[in-house]
Write a protein that binds this ligand. Structure first.
Ligand code: ADP
Ligand code: ZN
Length: 429
């Protein structure tokens, strides 16, 4: 049940001890990079005088902008030692680049293998990786992890829905890695072909790369007849395999032997107490070529320090509630896109896709929510559709405290994007 029992069951003092020694090791390495060399000196921090994890908080946070403009100065070894680079998809601006040594690739693959093993993947499984291969870490990250674990790995890549189905049927895919919005979308292809995904040997799905609600997970589980596990990571911390759900499906264990976790109030930058949503800040504890120290992810989540029934000692984080930079202010109210997802996915009449558009009319914010209706609920009955529209409007209003305009559309008519879904467009500028 454990990939690495000694490590995974560490907790309390033993874990802190390991973290401290790995942090010292990391500081020693980071000091060789121009960027951190200078920064550590300014903070008067060195491996030798670091006696507690609290000391480390004297070091200023590393921001995405710094990574973007000075990333190359964070390398601890010459570029010739690096064997790969990945760049973030640049959801919010210019891409950031991360370099890996051979050892870094191996360490990362092992963390991903550990994650998948925890969720139940075994060497006898057939694993279809439906994430984009390339600069994005989701594809290659899982690929190396699954091979390390020993599962038969199908590098299907993103998109091409008919082909995905064909591969599943031909090779008896039992586990898949898929973006949640695409998992819902793919159901349409199954329906078109008159196939029921529940009749396939699929038993596990790894869902990652974008925020999704608990209801969305349950929908995917029911439609495919499998267990779906939340997978979190970001290229700055290697990629997938930073935090992952165990069979309890109740929060994601952060691999704290490799990533030092802090949850900070984004305003005060003070540590947030358990259960309170804050910004995730990570420090690499096992990366050689480009360790990042106190990196501000902009991702928002809370943590739970309670022991988990699965026996793992690592703390769990909640679902990612959004990013500090994807919050929008509508009519003076703060709104995260995930709130909209939560409301819509809980309603069985809502189909597999929706889009939100923000505009300004006569100095007023207008929020338009276009919602696809589920095929089995769709009918040319104006009275029925009107009532449904009203119910959706009410449900959104009570969650968001803002009244949106809701427009119902036929199933499969809203435009889709490949890769991470961008559901909200702000056209108010
Ligand atoms: P970016 O999207 O910033 O270009 P990445 O491809 O590295 O860069 O994606 C990492 C980001 O994706 C994370 O910082 C987080 O915002 C989001 N993400 C990854 N996994 C999840 C998940 N399971 N739930 C919610 N968000 C996720
Ligand atoms: Zn657990």
């Amino acid at each position: 049940m454990y990939w690495d029992k000694d490590i995974e069951t560490l907790n309390g003092g033993k874990l802190a001890e390991l973290q401290l020694s790995r942090l010292q090791e990391t500081l020693r390495r980071a000091a060789a990079s121009p960027f951190y060399g200078e920064r550590l000196q300014q903070a008067r921090l060195a491996a030798e005088n670091l006696t507690s994890l609290e000391d480390f908080r004297r070091l200023p946070l590393t921001t995405k902008d710094e990574l973007r403009s000075r990333g190359r100065e964070m390398l601890t070894l010459p570029l010739t030692e690096m064997v790969r680079l990945h760049a973030s998809s640049g959801t919010t601006g210019q891409a950031t680049v991360i370099y890996y040594t051979r050892q870094d690739i191996a360490t990362w693959a092992d963390l991903v293998a550990r994650s998948m093993y925890m969720a139940g993947l075994r060497p006898a499984d057939v694993f279809q990786n439906m994430m984009g291969y390339g600069l994005f870490t989701g594809g290659l990250g899982f690929h190396y992890g699954a091979e390390r674990l020993g599962a038969l790995t199908i590098p299907a890549g993103a998109g091409n829905s008919s082909r995905q189905l064909q591969l599943m049927q031909q090779f008896g895919t039992s586990a898949m890695h898929i973006i949640p919005s695409y998992a819902l979308y793919l159901l349409n292809t199954f329906a078109q072909k008159g196939l029921d995904p529940r009749e396939l040997p699929l038993r596990i799905a790894f869902l990652g790369a974008e925020p999704h609600s608990e209801d969305m997970r349950r929908r995917i589980e029911a439609a495919y007849g499998l267990k779906a596990y939340n997978s979190y990571g970001l290229s700055e911390m290697n990629g997938p395999g930073v935090a992952f759900e165990c069979p309890e499906q109740n929060g994601m264990h952060v691999w704290e032997d490799s990533y030092l976790l802090e949850v900070l109030d984004p305003q005060t930058l003070e540590p947030a107490p358990p259960g309170q949503v804050g910004e995730l800040v990570f420090t690499n504890l096992t990366r050689q070529g480009m360790p990042l120290l106190r990196y501000r992810t902009r991702d928002l989540a809370s943590y739970d320090p309670e022991p988990c029934p699965c026996g793992r000692g690592f703390r769990r984080i909640s679902r990612i509630q959004g990013r500090t930079d994807d919050m929008v202010i509508v009519k003076g109210v703060n709104i995260f896109p995930l709130q909209i997802d939560k409301v819509l996915m809980a309603m069985p009449e809502v189909g597999t896709h929706y889009l939100v558009e923000l505009t300004r009319q006569d100095f007023n914010d207008v929020m338009l929510v276009k919602v696809e209706v589920q095929q089995s609920f769709f009918r040319e009955d104006l009275k029925y559709l009107n009532q449904l529209r009203k119910r959706i409007t009410e449900a959104l209003k009570s969650e968001l405290l803002v009244t949106p305009l809701v427009e119902l559309v036929e199933p499969n008519t809203l435009p889709r994007s490949e890769g991470k879904v961008q559901r909200l467009s702000d056209k108010r500028q």
